[in-house]
Design a protein around this ligand. Sequence first.
Ligand SMILES: [Zn+2]
Length: 505
Amino acid sequence: MDFSRPFSLLSRVARPPRADLPWTLPWAPGPQLDSLGVAREIFSDFTQVPSDNAKKTTNQNLIVSICNLDKKRTLRSTKAGETLGLPIDPLRHNVGILDSSDSGCGICSSFCHKVFRVSVEDENHINLMHELASTSQIDFWKPDSISQIKLHSTVDFHVKAEDVDTVEDFLEQNELYYEVLISNLRSMMEAQFDSHGRATGHSYTKYNSWETIEAWTQQVAAQNPDLISRSVIGTTFEGRSMYLLKVGKAKPNKPAIFIDCGFHAREWISPAFCQWFVREAVRTYGQEIQMTELLDKSYFYILPVFNIDGYVYTWTKDRMWRKTRSTQAGTSCIGTDPNRNFNAGWCENGASTSPCSDTYCGSAPESEKETKALANFIQKNLSSIKAYLTIHSYSQLLLYPYSYSYKLPQNNAELNALAKAAVKELASLHGTKYTYGPGATTIYLAAGGSDDWAYDQGIKYSFTFELRDTGKYGFLLPESQIRATCEETILAVKHIASYVLGHLY
Ligand SMILES: [Zn+2]
């Protein structure tokens, strides 16, 4: 570590004041790998950090230096008892916890994880992206994989600190047009917890850990017995219970609308939406006409987190994890992309047969316990389920079948009109613009998705939401946007639900 550098860097990277930076970190105290896979010591509060924090860890032989925020809100970086002694104003700098790859207290020079956006305008650009992906480790954010890159589009991807220089040189040498969407991923990760005051319990305007969500499913059902019942539809690879909330006034033979969240582990705004929906149902039943009617005439099945193991992993080990956490013989790579694992054109297009890929389709359709549990539940309840909505992020899209091929669904005109009306409703609140259409033609081919599968089971109204934003924060949408995102999305969901109840089949 070059300790002479932070002093000069400070003046260069001074940022405008940010009052919304979190003062504490939400992770559990104790030594662990951080979200970027770097060993570090985590303290529940900066004020608890001892004065000398130089830690030798066995992991990667890193010396982990920790920025220490004392009560006067000055930061000091220390190494082996030697204090660098430069107070840093955390309101003016990226405050964070250091590893040996950083050069200052969370201050990023050229050496930090970044997210790039590259414009792809011709075949040559696509070839260059393939070349880049084969030589550097690239974590695709949008599209989901290298094979899904299309002409006249942009590609968002995350690059590890050690590869940033190589990637940037490559882009410049080949005259690819690019911008840096996120220049310091670590500080962005911490900045997503920007709501004020971190309560320890459940909160609808914060990102909740699985443990908290699990307790919430129990509480919300217990507190609203007339409206909510909880069941378990299966267990995950790691043995966690997959809770399902059935929301609506009890009455026999009602139609149902199925909504799931948390397919892809890193899309945290998705589970936040499912929780918000339940809150709105409970809060506005008997008060607001549309919601009251929906809950009187139908049930909503809400699966708050589908890929629980992956979600837990994003809280404890790797914030950017996407897949399930299943293992299989013959490979050390972990996880399957659950939204490539359904039996709908399985693994034909826009999915990978490589277990190491982020879009790995699995060893067989429904190879994942989570996929099987969801498919079984829907098949068992097919006679009542009239709509299927699956919530992802990011991109601001409302998609309907098909994604596994360019063919159009039989009721394409109806789905198109419904999607158009739903995104209009959504935009009416905060002006958030969504694009809509069949998956394959609107974005790209992707086989094995749950929306296509549900549609082919006979559920005529099947939609995928890709919530906020369009790339500024990507998967790291700040908590301060949870409320607005959920409020606007609910308008679209209620519109679709009311339409479906008016067009029962
Ligand atoms: Zn997703």
